[in-house]
Ligand binder design. Structure first.
Ligand code: ADP
Ligand code: MG
Length: 266
């Protein structure tokens, strides 16, 4: 089938599958149950997927499977149609933006140097890198003049997280993995960043997986929400679909606790 079709509708129909998990299982030594229990998902390109579930349900394990920081015991994982088992983990990680709650900035490098990590590996021109670093800093609401030469220790936790996001976004990777990236950010800045990130994703058309245990954040950001419990996918659908037809009692209860059950306004 031709991919050059220009109308939006046919483009949507032809959308490639960005992420596919087939019977993926993972059990850590010493655990009584699996961390991931026969997980099957297909995520279309351009989707903003929020992964929602309580602590310990397997969200981080799922994300780490996609850049091979964690290997499945069984099953297959395909990114853009290619099995990642056959891919070099280092190259794979270069193509997937990754933001974690614990930030992981290099302490001996300035903000600018941290954000330039991938451009440096990709051998971008100095000028292009500098322009892009400033653009990314503005995007995450950090004034470049003030922040680009600081060290991570000279930033608050929330500011460090924003640098982490800028670093992951700079090379516009086809797949972005964000594991509770707004955990350390105060409510006001969190709202701003959610809105910004949503805009960035929409404009880029890239595929995002965003982990959260905050149902309102999941609803605000996600074109689709993946609800997990105890290593299993309970439901994977649009927020509207989930509210209209919760898959089971667990999902119903989840909505009720956030006053988002049937007949309630969000
Ligand atoms: N490296 C590990 N060794 C042993 N158990 C682990 C390891 N990583 C995660 N687990 C366990 O796997 C389960 C899922 O963890 P995780 O994916 O981090 O959950 P979440 O991100 O949803 O909080 C938890 O019970 C956790 O204790
Ligand atoms: Mg986690």
């Amino acid at each position: 089938m031709l991919r050059e079709n220009s109308t939006k509708a046919s483009k949507n129909k032809d959308r490639k599958i960005a992420v596919e998990l087939i019977h993926v299982e993972k059990q850590f030594p010493g655990m009584t149950g699996p961390a991931l229990d026969d997980v099957n998902i297909r995520i279309a390109e351009g989707e903003f997927v929020t992964v929602l579930g309580s602590s310990g349900c397997g969200k981080t394990t799922l994300i780490k499977m996609l850049n091979r920081l964690c290997e499945p015991d069984r099953g297959d994982i395909l990114l853009f149609g290619e099995n990642i088992r056959e891919q070099n983990p280092v190259l794979l990680r270069r193509k997937t933006g990754y933001v974690i709650q614990q930030v992981g900035l290099f302490p001996h490098m300035t903000v600018k140097e941290n954000i330039s990590t991938i451009p440096k590996i990709l051998k971008w021109e100095k000028k292009k890198t500098e322009q892009k670093v400033d653009e990314m800093l503005r995007l995450v609401a950090l004034e470049p003049e003030e922040y680009r030469n600081r060290y991570p220790a000279q930033l608050s936790g929330g500011q460090q997280q924003r640098v982490g996001i800028a670093r992951a976004l700079i090379a516009d990777p086809p797949l972005m993995l964000l594991d509770e990236p707004f955990g350390a950010i105060d409510a006001i800045n969190r709202e701003i960043l959610q809105t910004e990130l949503k805009k960035i994703q929409e404009q880029s058309g890239r595929t995002y997986l965003f982990v959260t245990h905050d149902i309102r954040e999941a609803w605000k950001l996600g074109t689709k929400v993946l609800v997990m419990n105890q290593g299993k996918i309970l439901q994977f659908a649009s927020p509207q679909e989930i509210q209209a037809h919760p898959a089971d009692e667990f999902v119903e209860e989840l909505l009720r606790t956030a006053d988002m059950g049937k007949g309630e306004n969000v």
